[in-house]
Design a protein around this ligand. Structure first.
Ligand SMILES: Cc1ncc(COP(=O)(O)O)c(C=O)c1O
Length: 413
C-alpha cells in the first residue's frame, strides 16, 4: 500500500462508500494476479458489452473518483458561499503536492490547468522570443504543440524546424540525432512529445533534455500520453516544462490538467491569462493557473484520481498497462495480415499500439470492430500513420485483449 493512504483526503467531506469499499478490497486482494485486476476493473462504470481500447483519447473515471467528484459538486451547489468554498484553497495545495510527488518535482513547479492543450499553449505563448529565433518541433506533435508554434512563428518571425518522425523508430539514437542535427546557435526551444499518439513512439526525453540543457535551450515535453500511464520522473528527465491532462491515462475528471515548469524557468515565462486573483508575486507556477472562476469540485476529483492510482501504485499501474499493450502487440504481430506501426521494444513504446490490416480498408476495419464486436478504438484514415489504434489500460482484462486480437484476425481473414 502506498504512503498516500495516510494523507488521503485530509480536509474534506466524508469518503463516499465506493472509496471505503475499494480500500477494503485492495487490502483483501493479493497484488498483481488476475483476480486483483478483476477487482480493479470492477471499480469502473464501463458497460460490460463494450471493450474500451481508447485510453489515448479519454479514459473513464473509476466509480470512487466519480463519486467523490459528485459529492463535491452537490456540496458546492448546495452552498456556494465564499465560506463553504474556502476549503478549495487548501485542497488545491494538497493536489499540487500530490501531483508534484507523483512527477518527482517540487509543488511550487506545478500549475493546475484544464488540459494538455492549454498547458502547451501557455508555454508557446509565454516564452520570450524574437524574430529569427529557432524552434524545433516534430511532425507527429499534437496540434497544440505544433500548430500553436506555427501561429507564434508567423506572428513573431520565428523559424520553425519540423523534424520528420518515423512511423517506427529505428533506434533511440536515431530519434536523438534527428533533433540534435537541427540545433544551431539560434535554437531557443525544443518542443516534442513524450509518447506520440500517432504511432506510440516513446521519445528518449532524458537524452534530448540533456542536450538541450547543455545549450541553454528550453525543452518542452507534451506528456498527454505518459502521465498516469508511465511512472514519469520529471527530475530524472530534466525537461523545462511538461503539460498533461487528467482525463486520459490518469482516469480523472474531464477538462483538468497539469503544467510543470522548472523552478529556474518560472520567472522567464509570461502568464498568458491574467485576471482577478493574479498577482506578480504569486508564488511558483501558481501564476499560470489563474483563469477566472474555476470548477472547484473538479480539483477534488483530480486529487481523487491521483489517490486512486497511488493506492494501486503508479509502478504497478504502468506494469499492468504495459503487459496488456504487450499482449496486444504480440498477438497482432504474429499475424501476417497485420502490419505493425508501433515499436515492439518497451524503451521505445508505451500504451499506444498502432497497426494496419494489409487487405482491409482501415475505415471498414474500424467500423466493423465497433459494429460487430463493440470494440472501441481510434483510427488514422490515411498517410504513413494510417491504421487502427489500441490503447488499453488497467480497466481492461487479458481476455478482452485476446478478444480484440481475435476480432482483428477474423476481419483480416
Ligand atoms: C500527444 C497529445 N498531446 C495533446 C493532446 C491534447 O489533449 P487535450 O485535448 O486533453 O488537451 C492529445 C490528445 O489526444 C495528445 O494525444
Amino acid at each position: 500500500m502506498s504512503h498516500t493512504r495516510r494523507d488521503l483526503f485530509k480536509s474534506a467531506l466524508a469518503l463516499p462508500a465506493s472509496w471505503t469499499a475499494f480500500q477494503s478490497a485492495l487490502t483483501a486482494a493479493a497484488p498483481g494476479d488476475e483476480a486483483y485486476w478483476r477487482m480493479v476493473q470492477r471499480q469502473f462504470p464501463l458497460e460490460d458489452k463494450i471493450v474500451y481500447l481508447n485510453a489515448a483519447n479519454v479514459c473513464p473515471a473509476s466509480r470512487p473518483v466519480m463519486d467523490r467528484h459528485i459529492e463535491f459538486l452537490r456540496d458546492f451547489h448546495a452552498n456556494p458561499s465564499f465560506q463553504n468554498r474556502d476549503k478549495y484553497f487548501a485542497m488545491r495545495e494538497s493536489l499540487r503536492s500530490k501531483a508534484a510527488r507523483m512527477l518527482r518535482v517540487d509543488a511550487e513547479e506545478i500549475a493546475v490547468t484544464r488540459n494538455t492543450s492549454e498547458g502547451s499553449n501557455l508555454i508557446v505563448s509565454g516564452i520570450d522570443l524574437k524574430s529569427g529565433d529557432e524552434i524545433i518541433v516534430t511532425d507527429h506533435n499534437h496540434p497544440s504543440n505544433l500548430d500553436s508554434w506555427k501561429v507564434r512563428a508567423k506572428r513573431h518571425g520565428l523559424a520553425l524546424k519540423i523534424v520528420r518522425t518515423p512511423v517506427v523508430a529505428p533506434s533511440a539514437d536515431a530519434l536523438i540525432g534527428s533533433i540534435e542535427r537541427e540545433i544551431t546557435d539560434r535554437t531557443r526551444v525544443i518542443a516534442i512529445t513524450h509518447l506520440t499518439s500517432t504511432t506510440g513512439i516513446l521519445y528518449p526525453a532524458r537524452e534530448i533534455a540533456a542536450i538541450a540543457q547543455r545549450r541553454g535551450i528550453w525543452m518542452h515535453l507534451d506528456g498527454a500520453q505518459t502521465f498516469g500511464a508511465l511512472d514519469v520522473d520529471l527530475t530524472a528527465i530534466g525537461c523545462d516544462s511538461y503539460s498533461t491532462s487528467a482525463h486520459k491515462w490518469l482516469m480523472g475528471p474531464l477538462e483538468a490538467g497539469l503544467l510543470y515548469v522548472r523552478a529556474g524557468r518560472i520567472p522567464k515565462l509570461w502568464p498568458s491569462i491574467v485576471t482577478a486573483g493574479w498577482a506578480d508575486d504569486l508564488k511558483g507556477a501558481r501564476k499560470f493557473e489563474v483563469f477566472g472562476q474555476r470548477d472547484d469540485p473538479r480539483v477534488v476529483a483530480l486529487e481523487a484520481s491521483l489517490d486512486f492510482v497511488n493506492l494501486i501504485g503508479m509502478a504497478q499501474v504502468e506494469a499492468r498497462m504495459r503487459a496488456l499493450a504487450e499482449r496486444a502487440k504480440q498477438g497482432l504481430a504474429a499475424f501476417a495480415g497485420v502490419e505493425m506501426k508501433t515499436n515492439m521494444q518497451p524503451e521505445l513504446s508505451g500504451g499506444v499500439v498502432k497497426f494496419k490490416l494489409r487487405n482491409v480498408p482501415t475505415k471498414r476495419a474500424y467500423d466493423a470492430l465497433w459494429q460487430r464486436h463493440r470494440i472501441a478504438t481510434s483510427s488514422t484514415a490515411a498517410g504513413e500513420s494510417e491504421g487502427i489504434r489500441f490503447s488499453p489500460h488497467i480497466y481492461n482484462s487479458a481476455a478482452q485483449i485476446d478478444a480484440a486480437v481475435a476480432a482483428v484476425r477474423e476481419l483480416a481473414g
